[in-house]
Design a protein around this ligand. Structure first.
Ligand SMILES: [Zn+2]
Length: 185
């Protein structure tokens, strides 16, 4: 942040009195601009054992595969946001959504929330955000072409849990090793 969103004057980075973290502070209008992690909500859509993936038509990670997910909007629950993103990215409708994963990625200031959900029918389509959408069996997942480590981790946990026969809510903090060595499992 360079300029104050309130008065457009330059901001400085400093620890305000009574605080213990660096903030962007405007000395002209005394605004303190707090920045907090962003929430990304998504769906793990399942149809007859296969997982729906979307091939990204947008940057970042253009052409890589991802689970449908995106930034939560103000006024929206994580579930509503996940369902909205699922439809926007794949034109798929899902039912019986259950919370599946809460992944913190502190290094990039993101919190991911994924819901497991069932597709009542194999209805989906490419969208402005996804050049291709498809259902993948475990053996067909394009592991080398997944967009983000969090997608790989979510899929690996899902297949582990399915093999074990029981799903529990997964909560993990994704560390730097995943961000720099996404293939390190
Ligand atoms: Zn200002």
């Amino acid at each position: 942040m360079k300029y104050c969103s309130n008065c457009s004057k330059p901001v400085v980075s400093e620890i305000p009195s009574g605080d213990n973290r660096l903030r962007y502070v405007c000395r002209h209008c005394d605004s303190i601009h707090y920045q907090n992690p962003r929430v990304i909500a998504g769906v793990l859509p399942i149809f007859e054992g296969k997982v729906l993936l979307c091939r990204r038509a947008i940057q970042p990670r253009l052409d890589y595969w991802t689970l449908p997910a995106g930034f939560l909007e103000n006024g929206e629950s994580t579930l509503d946001g996940a369902l909205r993103e699922c439809y926007e990215e794949s034109h798929a409708t899902v039912v019986d959504a259950e919370l599946y994963a809460l992944f913190d990625i502190p290094q990039i200031h993101q919190v991911y929330v994924f819901y497991r959900a069932t597709m009542p029918a194999p209805d989906y389509a490419a969208t402005p955000e996804s050049s291709e959408v498809g259902l993948f069996a475990e053996n067909d997942i394009p592991w080398e072409h997944l967009a983000f480590p969090v997608v790989e981790i979510t899929l690996r946990r899902f297949f582990q849990d399915r093999q074990a026969g029981t799903f529990t809510v997964r909560q993990e903090t994704i560390e730097k090793k995943w961000l720099t060595q996404p293939k390190d499992t």
